[in-house]
Design a protein around this ligand. Structure first.
Ligand SMILES: [Zn+2]
Length: 285
C-alpha cells in the first residue's frame, strides 16, 4: 500500500483536538500523514484578555495555539483556508465580509479541492450536517467539504485546482447520541438549562439531542494517544473554561463520554444498514 494520508477539514483551531484528537494521534502513531485544513483562524473566539499577551491579533493567538496542538498531535501540517471566524448567528462577526459563512459554498469547496488534490488523502473527516452544536461555521465547513469530496476526482470541476484526485472515504465526526440524551436529561440537576447553553446561551442541546446520526466507526486509542490529545487540549488555554470548582457542560460530557474513543458516521462510500468499523482506513487501497 502507498503512503496513507488523512485530512481533517474543520472550521476553527481546536475543532480537530476537541472533536477527535485521540483518533488523529492514533493515526500519526501508525505512520499515517495527518493534515488539518481549517477554514478560519478562530477570530471570533472569546477568552480572558491575559491570553493576548505577546500577540497583536486574536487570529495570531489562536493560530499559535493550533500550532502547539499540531506539534503535540504530530500532525504533518495545518492549512488555513483563508476565511474569518463567523461567530454564532446574529453576532457582529457574522456581518464581516470575510466571515466564512458569507463565502459561497462553491468557492470554499474550490479551496478544499485544491488541498485534497495536493495532499492526496485517502480518508477525509469533517463536521456532521448540524455542525455539532449548530455553529454556522461548522455547518458551512460540512457543506463545502462534502462538495469538495465529490468534486476532487472530477477533472471537469475546478480545473485550476490541479489534476483530479479521488479520495476514497468521507467521515463525519459525531457525538454519541445516547450520551447527548443522558446529558440533556441530567443538566437540570446541575442547574443548567439544556436549551440555552454556552457562553452566549445560544446552544440548544435539547434540540440537537433529537437528531440521531448513525455511528459507523468507533476509533479506540491507547493511553499514550490520550495523553497526546490531552496535551494538545492544554495548548488551547484561551478556549478552556477556567472554572475548576464548578461543573461545566464540558466536565459533564467528559464524565459521561468514553474517553478512549471517537465516533464517526461514514458518508462515503454510503452505508446501507449497520456498520461497525474499527479503522477509518479499512478497505482503502
Ligand atoms: Zn469550532
Amino acid at each position: 500500500m502507498t503512503d496513507r494520508t488523512l485530512l481533517i477539514i474543520t472550521a476553527h483551531p481546536d475543532d480537530e483536538t476537541f472533536g477527535c484528537g485521540g483518533t488523529l494521534a492514533r493515526y500519526v502513531s501508525e505512520g499515517v500523514k495527518v493534515y488539518c485544513a481549517c477554514a478560519t483562524r478562530g477570530e471570533a473566539g472569546t477568552f480572558e484578555p491575559e491570553h493576548m499577551k505577546g500577540f497583536s491579533s486574536v487570529g495570531d493567538m489562536r493560530w499559535a495555539e493550533f500550532d502547539c496542538a499540531k506539534k503535540e498531535l504530530g500532525l504533518a501540517g495545518i492549512i488555513h483556508l483563508g476565511y474569518r471566524d463567523s461567530g454564532m448567528t446574529g453576532s457582529e462577526d457574522n456581518k464581516n465580509p470575510q466571515a466564512f459563512t458569507n463565502a459561497p459554498v462553491e468557492e470554499a469547496a474550490g479551496r478544499i479541492v485544491k488541498v485534497i488534490r495536493q495532499l492526496k488523502p485517502q480518508v477525509i473527516i469533517t463536521s456532521d450536517p448540524v455542525g455539532g452544536y449548530r455553529h454556522p461555521d461548522h455547518i458551512a465547513v460540512h457543506k463545502a467539504s462534502v462538495k469538495a469530496f465529490e468534486a476532487a476526482g472530477d477533472p471537469a470541476q475546478y480545473p485550476e485546482a490541479g489534476p483530479a484526485y479521488k479520495p476514497q472515504k468521507l467521515y463525519y465526526n459525531v457525538f454519541p447520541h445516547n450520551i447527548l440524551r443522558i446529558s440533556v436529561a441530567l443538566m437540570p440537576l446541575f442547574g443548567q438549562d439544556p436549551r440555552h447553553l454556552g457562553k452566549n446561551h445560544d446552544v440548544d442541546l435539547a434540540s440537537i439531542a433529537k437528531i440521531k446520526f448513525p455511528i459507523h466507526a468507533v476509533i479506540k486509542f491507547l493511553k499514550p494517544m490520550m495523553k497526546k490529545r490531552d496535551q494538545a487540549t492544554a495548548c488551547y488555554a484561551s478556549q478552556l473554561e477556567n472554572r475548576p470548582r464548578r461543573r461545566s457542560l464540558l466536565d459533564l460530557l467528559q464524565k459521561l463520554s468514553q474517553d478512549d474513543r471517537d465516533s464517526f458516521m461514514r458518508a462515503s462510500p454510503r452505508v446501507n444498514g449497520r456498520l461497525h468499523e474499527k479503522d477509518l482506513f479499512r478497505g482503502v487501497q
